[in-house]
Design a protein around this ligand. Structure first.
Ligand code: GLV
Ligand code: MN
Ligand code: MN
Length: 427
């Protein structure tokens, strides 16, 4: 076992028991839950143990600074720094690597770079910061990448503060209970000026590295890829309204059952997306109100995730789905209302950074390809304001947002070295 494997395993091993979900399997670590708070404390302790200066900003983003020696640690000395990191929150029942791999690899890459500086093989000209972004998954408040959206001004803080979680708590209330000042949240130009380049390492979440174009005779792909683009994606809520009533006394002909309309709409979502090249559309969550076995629902909320490389096509698909849902709802004597919850354009990462990442990564992993991804990331949101890029580490099955997500030890080690080399090149 080499030193990088050891570091990533040790780091991820230390949090392996945090936020385990006995019912769903895997991990459930929503932002500001006790699990995510424990992970934030773990990161803070790991960074402090490395003598990095740690602080949490107004938007709840954690920054751990490796300043230049003799630096004043002020705005001027940190402007244009190199930043790497990811997130610690998870989807419900998610895997161990989506987010934490990038955070653990950032710490391990720091260890590697600090070693190079100590031996004189690396001379730094820039500060480095490790960052942890809150609510990347949007699994608690519905808007993905909430921390980076607030930082960049991609979401109005007034809207963000009113978002509610499943228990009805507002983001403002939850943030305040976790030591943040809601009045200070929002676009932070000073923090943005500190990011010269942002690099996020992430577990690969599809079949990119496993595709025949990249695999060897044994069917094994390279350990690391460089990110090229992120598919445009968004989330919408379709709320179906009907007549809540008694399951036993309401004749079938007398019903206005929004559950039936929603069920048919789910089938229509698949049909509409399947007919469009490169489209993906998913209904992964549905909530009937009141949700009783012996009650016809009065309302059903279902959440729609639609993705396509062309943002105009995404808009067209959502329009089609909405139109179909209206027809299906009317046929059942119900109505439907569509609300956009979040949207992210298709992003092409900064070409200069992609070139630099490709050159340095290919020293370790000569066949590292450039991959597009269908998954969203804070790097994609930050890319609107600063040069951003990504590295992906091989996931043998490609499965993600599932307990089965996996990264092999050697690939994690290759990821750390690739990240360290890429950072060294830019430092
Ligand atoms: C986050 O991983 C997303 O793509 O939704
Ligand atoms: Mn994810
Ligand atoms: Mn992620």
């Amino acid at each position: 076992m080499n030193v990088h494997t050891h570091t990533v395993n040790t780091l991820l091993g230390a949090i392996a028991g945090v936020g385990k979900d006995a019912r769903r399997g895997g991990y459930t670590r929503p932002v500001h839950s006790s699990a995510e708070t424990t992970l934030r404390e773990w990161f803070t302790a790991e960074a402090a143990a490395r003598s990095l200066e740690v602080s949490t900003d107004a938007n709840g983003i954690i920054w751990a600074w490796w300043d230049l020696p003799g630096s004043a640690k002020d705005e001027a000395s940190r402007r244009g720094a190199l930043v790497t990191g990811s997130h610690l929150d998870s989807v419900p029942g998610g895997g161990a690597f989506d987010g934490p791999l990038g955070v653990a690899s950032a710490l391990a890459a720091y260890d590697e770079l600090a070693g190079r500086v100590a031996t004189g093989s690396l001379v730094r000209n820039r500060a480095l910061a490790l960052a942890v972004f809150p609510e990347e998954e949007g699994s608690r408040f519905g808007v993905a990448c909430l921390g980076s959206r607030l930082l960049t001004g991609a979401i109005d803080p007034a809207r963000a503060l009113q978002l509610r979680d499943g228990e009805g708590n507002t983001f403002a209330e939850v943030a305040a209970a976790n030591g943040l000042d809601p009045a200070r949240m929002g676009r932070d130009d000073a923090a943005l000026a500190r990011i010269g380049d942002f690099i996020e390492l992430h577990v690969e979440q599809g079949q990119g590295l496993n595709s025949p174009a990249h695999t060897d005779d044994a069917g094994r792909g390279p350990a690391v890829a460089v990110g090229g683009s992120i598919l445009g994606h968004g989330r919408w809520r379709l709320s179906f309204f009907g007549q809540g009533n008694h399951a036993g006394t309401t004749l079938m002909a007398d019903r206005a059952d929004p559950m039936v309309a929603a069920a048919q709409a789910i089938v229509a979502v698949r049909r509409i997306a399947a007919a469009q090249d490169d489209a993906r559309a998913t209904v992964g969550r549905i909530e009937p109100v009141p949700g009783g076995t012996n009650a016809i629902a009065s309302r059903v909320d279902m959440w729609l995730d639609v993705r396509h490389p062309d943002d105009a096509v995404t808009a067209m698909l959502v329009e089609k789905i909405h139109g179909q849902a209206q027809k299906l709802a009317a046929f059942e004597g119900c109505s439907v209302h569509l609300t956009e919850e979040s949207f992210s354009n298709t992003v092409h990462f900064d070409s200069g950074l992609v070139r630099s990442l490709s050159n340095s990564v290919r020293r370790q992993v000569p066949d590292a390809p450039l991959l597009p991804t269908g998954a969203g990331h804070d790097a994609g949101v930050l890319a609107a304001k600063v040069p951003a890029g990504m590295l992906y580490v091989r996931n043998p099955s490609g499965i993600s947002h599932s307990p089965q997500e996996h990264v092999e030890d050697d690939d994690a080690a290759a990821g750390v070295l690739a990240l360290a080399d890429a950072l060294a090149e830019l430092l």
